[in-house]
Design a protein around this ligand. Structure first.
Ligand SMILES: C[S@@+](CC[C@H](N)C(=O)[O-])C[C@H]1O[C@@H](n2cnc3c(N)ncnc32)[C@H](O)[C@@H]1O
Length: 390
């Protein structure tokens, strides 16, 4: 009896040391097995296994909420339309005057902007945030004869002195000394100047890194219905409050986050952070008091030159305001799977399924996309189209 009570680590426990080793080895095996399985789950999207990207997910294993469209309304274009669009757009993109558009749009969003502007067939196009004029050029390719209004503090012609830029001859520039913020433009007067009475014929594109809640309110107040936001940053990232952030709410499917260090989300985020530049771990996601909304509880604005802390209740109110006047919300999918583009920035688990999937490498080549510089696929930030109800 006495010996059976003796612990295996006791000096004279020789008789039991055999069974102790057996038990320990078994435990180690179980532990290793568990870790391997967990590792498999965490690294499902590791670059070495790019084929296993979350292509069948709705919005990834971490869950990302969509802004809810009224009555479940959808956009009128299909994946087939997008693929056909890509076929037309690839050679157009090749002709772009600004080959190096660092700090501006890359391939995915250039295509999205061109496609949506052309699909909607507006009578006039407005852009806020032009930089060297790449997006103006894209709008011009979509609508060759329609007027454009471009609002941007520095006139794109200034960039011409240093290198490639684009200045459009049928564009009214509210730039340089004539710069006036989108929210201060007398839109009714300006639209009258162009003979625009039907505001459903106006296409508005924002790439100015301003709080998207404010821009949404201003555009709605003006009566505009078709809005595209270039940088629709994910929760915990970016330099301004975005639609994606606003719709990340606990009451929405896939919305809300956990700031607990022991949570499954914390582990998943830590692992994904290693593989995807723009993925954020729990420390980056969460601010004081477990504030996960916006960026660490901040509503950021103007390239993060300013921000305010908001409560979760205020965040929810912002969402309700947007949702009450949102007819359609549609995020442009990434053009192609990371196994084809080799992009390493956005986490595919936080994006919708790409237009060209892992298994469609032939199509990727046929469309001429395989010859594009890989950096051009790095700028995807969930460009979004909104149809606003009036
Ligand atoms: C990311 S860049 C735009 C890139 C451009 N759309 C492209 O595709 O190349 C952002 C631009 O917003 C401009 N900007 C800053 N504040 C602005 C404001 N209040 N209204 C409009 N544009 C603004 C910046 O000067 C800059 O040119």
């Amino acid at each position: 009896m006495a010996s059976s009570l003796r612990r295996p680590w006791s000096r004279d426990g020789k008789a039991e040391s055999g069974s102790w080793w057996c038990t320990s080895s078994l435990l180690v095996l179980v532990l290793v097995g568990f870790l391997l399985q967990w590792n498999e789950l965490l690294y499902r999207t590791a670059p070495a296994q790019l084929k296993h990207l979350s292509s069948s997910s709705d919005f990834g294993i971490l869950g990302v909420p969509w802004c809810r469209s009224r009555n479940d309304s959808k956009v009128s274009w299909t994946r087939g339309d997008l693929i056909q669009g890509l076929q037309e757009f690839a050679p157009i993109y090749d002709m772009r005057p600004i080959k190096n558009n660092r700090f501006g749009m890359g391939f995915d969003h250039s295509f999205g902007l061109w496609f949506m502007a052309r699909w909607i067939q507006p009578e006039i196009l407005i852009e806020s945030g032009a930089f060297k004029g790449h997006s103006t050029w894209i709008l011009r390719q979509a609508m060759p004869t329609k007027p454009i209004i471009s609002i941007t503090p520095r006139h794109p012609e200034k960039y011409l002195q240093k290198g490639p830029a684009y200045v459009d001859s049928n564009c009214k520039y509210l730039a340089g000394k004539s710069f006036i913020d989108f929210g201060n433009v007398k839109w009714q007067d300006l639209m009258e100047e162009y003979g625009i009475k039907d505001y459903s014929k106006v296409f508005v594109f924002f790439d100015d890194h301003q709080n998207e809640l404010r821009r949404f309110q201003q555009a709605r107040h003006a009566g505009f219905q078709h809005l595209v936001f270039e940088d629709n940053y994910d929760t915990g990232t970016g330099d301004h409050y975005s639609l994606r952030q606003i719709c990340d709410q606990r009451l929405v499917q896939g919305g809300g986050h956990s700031c607990s260090k022991d949570s499954k989300e914390a582990l998943l985020r830590a692992a994904r952070r290693k593989n995807w530049e723009k993925a954020v771990d729990i420390d980056e996601l969460c601010g004081p008091g477990g504030a996960w909304w916006g960026v660490r509880g901040q509503m950021r604005d103007n390239f993060n030159h300013s921000f305010v802390h908001i409560t979760q209740e205020e965040h929810l109110e912002n969402f309700k305001q947007i949702e009450s006047s949102l007819e359609v919300y549609w995020e442009l999918p990434p053009i192609a799977a990371p196994s084809l583009t080799h992009q390493r920035r956005y986490d595919p688990a936080r994006a919708t399924d790409p237009i060209i999937t892992d298994n469609e490498s032939k199509l990727f080549v046929q469309l001429g996309l395989s010859s594009l510089d890989k950096d051009l696929f790095n700028g995807y930030t969930q460009m979004v189209y909104l149809k606003v109800s009036q």
